[in-house]
Design a protein around this ligand. Structure first.
Ligand SMILES: [Zn+2]
Length: 468
């Protein structure tokens, strides 16, 4: 005989599932995208290539007819011939698009049919410390969530299964309680969120307790945070519930990170690679042979320094063409990460190409004087939506000293005065997490030194280095 609490739990689960299904039914486009992905997952290599080329052609034609930035560019690169046909063999003549070109050509990159689309503005710090603004549309959003659902399924997390997220939310920190829509959405989807920007000792204890009582099927987390939590669990020999899977994202999953996380939580880690600009690009399946690129959504190139495609095993720059956002098409976009193709095929049956690994994304954890850990990404979010910043780097020089190194777009001898209000706001938000006595300095420069791998580190914690 089931107990009363179990009865209510089962009832609540059944009700949630029904409401959620109704929501998805009303958002019909979303579920139809998912159904298509399920079908495309097992296409043969040749049919997958055909499908991808067909979708690429569609994006190019749209860009040629509706996006001023591309009109001349596609003709001069020979991708659109004199009769207006698409010549994909010339695709590699299209100049690469970087964050700087997006900034300077923002208006020209907008599709001229925006009025007929549902669109919204998004911002990203990317993984290289260059904040950008983008326009995205509903079609992109539907495909993005369909890909997420599919990747979740690969980890064994089905529709409506319990999920715990270790995520960053400025909203929690700055505005107190989140609105009812967000809370209702999480309840409906069976999600519990932890603010990963503020993983204090007591937060970690709370998190462990919640994992034990909530018993999530999947934990989705920033790499560094789940790694730190795993170290905390191991160091303190804590009892912990094992979920089916850990999905790690937004950072480099070093082999030692994976090992520590898997040992602490006794569950496999699935690495997912994505960004706010283009959604989730690739994810591991349960064979863990590499990350399958969602080929129907992202056309991915890996290029060597000389612009030639990298062979499997060779490190190169990841360049993405997003096949689903028509409001502001991104063709051959330099996302700022380095990666390596695998030459293996996966025994799972999915022919989506495999990334052996994604390298070069480095996020650091900052430490307060009281020993609290703050995800470095918190500081990058403070520079979002500031259109005058071209690049930045945040350095924790000591427990109570943070320096923002900023390359402004315009040559201005007094950016500290011109943008005083915004800088004051950054200072107060830093002190909110780092303590009132924290020194916050700004340095305006025209270049930031790259790491030996050729990448910008957008956050550097000298304290974390010493601590580790
Ligand atoms: Zn696979």
């Amino acid at each position: 005989m089931i107990r009363e609490t179990q009865f209510y739990f089962l009832m609540s689960k059944a009700i949630k599932k029904s409401i959620l299904k109704l929501f998805l039914y009303l958002r019909e486009n979303n579920s139809s995208c998912y159904k298509k992905l399920e079908k495309w997952e097992f296409l043969s290599q040749s049919n997958l290539k055909l499908l991808q080329m067909e979708r690429l052609k569609k994006l190019i034609l749209h860009s040629y007819h509706h996006v001023p930035y591309y009109r001349e560019l596609l003709r001069s690169s020979g991708v659109i011939d004199n009769s207006g046909f698409v010549k994909l063999d010339k695709f590699e003549n299209i100049p690469l698009l970087d964050k700087k070109s997006i900034h300077y050509n923002f208006e020209n990159l907008k599709s001229d049919d925006l009025n007929s689309r549902k669109w919204y503005e998004n911002a990203s710090g990317g993984s290289t410390g260059q904040p950008i603004r983008l326009i995205q549309d509903d079609e992109y959003a539907n495909w993005r969530s369909a890909v997420k659902i599919l990747y979740d399924r690969w980890t064994g997390c089905k529709f409506n299964d319990r999920k715990l997220l270790l995520w960053g939310s400025e909203r929690d920190l700055f505005f107190g309680n989140e609105n009812w829509r967000i809370r209702f959405g999480r309840w409906l989807r069976n999600e519990v969120w932890f603010n990963a920007f503020r993983m204090t000792r007591s937060n970690m204890d709370n998190c462990v307790n919640t994992i034990n009582s909530f018993k999530p099927v999947q934990i989705l987390s920033y790499v560094e945070i789940i790694y730190e939590l795993s170290r905390f669990i191991k160091r303190n020999r804590l009892e912990i519930f094992s979920p089916n899977a850990i999905m790690s994202t937004a950072g480099t999953l070093y082999p030692q990170f994976r090992k520590t996380i898997e040992e602490a939580l006794n569950a496999p880690v699935f690495n997912r690679y994505g960004s706010r600009e283009v959604g989730d690009i690739a994810c591991e399946c349960d064979r863990h042979k590499g990350l399958h690129v969602s080929a129907p959504i992202h056309y991915v190139e890996i290029l060597k320094k000389n612009g030639e495609p990298a062979k499997p095993g060779e490190v190169g720059e990841i360049v993405i063409t997003l096949l689903t956002n028509f409001a502001m098409p991104l063709i051959r976009y330099r996302i700022g990460d380095m990666g390596v193709w695998s030459d293996e095929t996966c025994s799972c049956g999915c022919n989506w190409p495999l990334l052996k690994r994604v390298t070069g994304r480095v996020t650091d954890v900052f430490f307060t004087i009281n020993g609290e850990m703050i995800d470095g990404e918190y500081f990058t979010h403070l520079l979002y939506f500031k259109n005058w910043i071209q690049k930045f780097q945040v350095v924790q020089e000591d427990y109570d000293s943070i320096r923002f190194i900023i390359i402004p777009y315009e040559i201005d001898s007094t950016p500290d005065r011109t943008h005083q209000n915004e800088l004051d706001e950054i200072i107060s938000k830093v002190r909110l997490v780092m303590g009132k006595s924290c020194q916050v300095k700004f340095k305006f420069v025209d270049d930031i030194e790259k790491t030996s791998s050729g990448k910008y580190k957008y956050v550097i914690s000298k304290v974390a280095k010493a601590w580790n």
